[in-house]
Design a binder for this molecule. Structure first.
Ligand code: NAP
Length: 271
């Protein structure tokens, strides 16, 4: 029987996940398909019933379900609990597990960039910031600051993970070897003209990790490049979280060098 996988979230219009996973199934000759199921918050309970009856063999989970879906799994990994959010459901026997592969997705591109700095500032205090913070802690950074436009949210995140809480207006003064953009600032559309960090405070040798990957070169990345910073790609974060999902479902590792051009073509129109 053809295996069934998919993603739930709301809205889901621009998800690249079906492209990645359907490519993976055909790449490895696996008789399965991956669909996008736009599911508003009030539809989550019914969807999770359906998942067990159908059954659906694996599920990607995105906004707004990453935290609520944990209550429908049989077990949540330690990492999922630490982040407080999951993006992947998979079966081991009769047990439906919930995992967070965003942390692995976040860490892998940094590890590959080598020379990870000791200090970091995470710009933003939402879900992606949580995954980034957990990843940075696992990578052993000695000092991590977090800042956001809503001070209470940044302060709460800082308190929960024992980080430095940095005022939004004071962010340029926090000396960090690594800057992580975990806000939508710079994203194509209404945020495109924005950057989360003042250009004049960027320094040569800094590492800049922009989780926003559309457009290919955000304002933050352009200004950081001009300042002589090293860039880590948010598209690679997306790629590696998807690769880890696929591995949990199938045991196969999608080749990143084949996958990256596929996504670049879909996103930017050229490899
Ligand atoms: P989220 O939970 O909604 O959090 C967004 C954060 O950005 C919040 O701290 C929010 O502040 C802040 N923010 C929103 N608009 C802002 C603005 N105009 N100026 C300053 N701060 C602003 O979203 P998320 O899931 O963390 O995602 C954040 C971004 O990361 C997304 O836009 C996405 O592009 C990117 N992302 C990338 C990947 C990847 O694989 N590369 C994965 C996940 C996310 P308030 O709370 O005050 O609104």
């Amino acid at each position: 029987m053809t295996g069934l996988y998919g993603i739930i979230g709301h809205p889901l219009a621009h998800s690249l996940s079906p492209l990645v996973h359907n490519w993976g199934f055909s790449r490895f000759g696996i008789d399965s398909r991956y669909e996008a199921w736009d599911t508003p918050p009030e539809g989550l309970a019914a969807f999770m019933d359906l998942l067990r009856q159908t059954p659906i063999q694996g599920l990607s989970v995105t906004i707004p379900h990453k935290t609520p879906v944990m209550g429908y799994a049989d077990a949540v990994t330690d990492l999922g609990r630490e982040v407080g959010a999951v993006n992947t459901l998979y079966w081991r026997g009769q047990v439906l597990w919930a995992e967070n592969t965003d942390v692995e997705g976040f860490c892998r591109p940094l590890i590959e960039a080598a020379d990870i700095p000791d200090t970091a500032l995470v710009l933003g205090a939402g879900g992606a910031a949580r995954a980034a913070v957990v990843g940075l802690k696992r990578l052993g950074l000695t000092r991590i600051g977090v800042t956001g436009r809503t001070p209470e949210k940044a302060a709460a995140l800082a308190w929960e993970f024992e980080l430095d809480s940095v005022g939004w207006e004071a962010r340029a003064g926090f000396l960090a070897g690594l800057l992580v953009n975990a806000t939508p600032m710079g994203m194509s559309g209404r945020y495109e003209a924005l950057s989360p960090f003042p250009a004049e405070a960027l320094r040569a040798g800094q590492v800049v990790y922009d989780l926003v990957y559309n457009p290919r070169v955000t304002r933050f990345v352009a200004e950081a490049t001009a300042a002589g910073a090293r860039i880590v790609s948010g598209l690679d974060m997306f790629l590696y979280q998807a690769i880890e999902q696929f591995r949990l479902w199938t045991g196969r590792v999608l080749p990143v060098e084949e996958l990256r051009p596929l996504l670049e073509k879909a996103l930017y129109g050229a490899a």
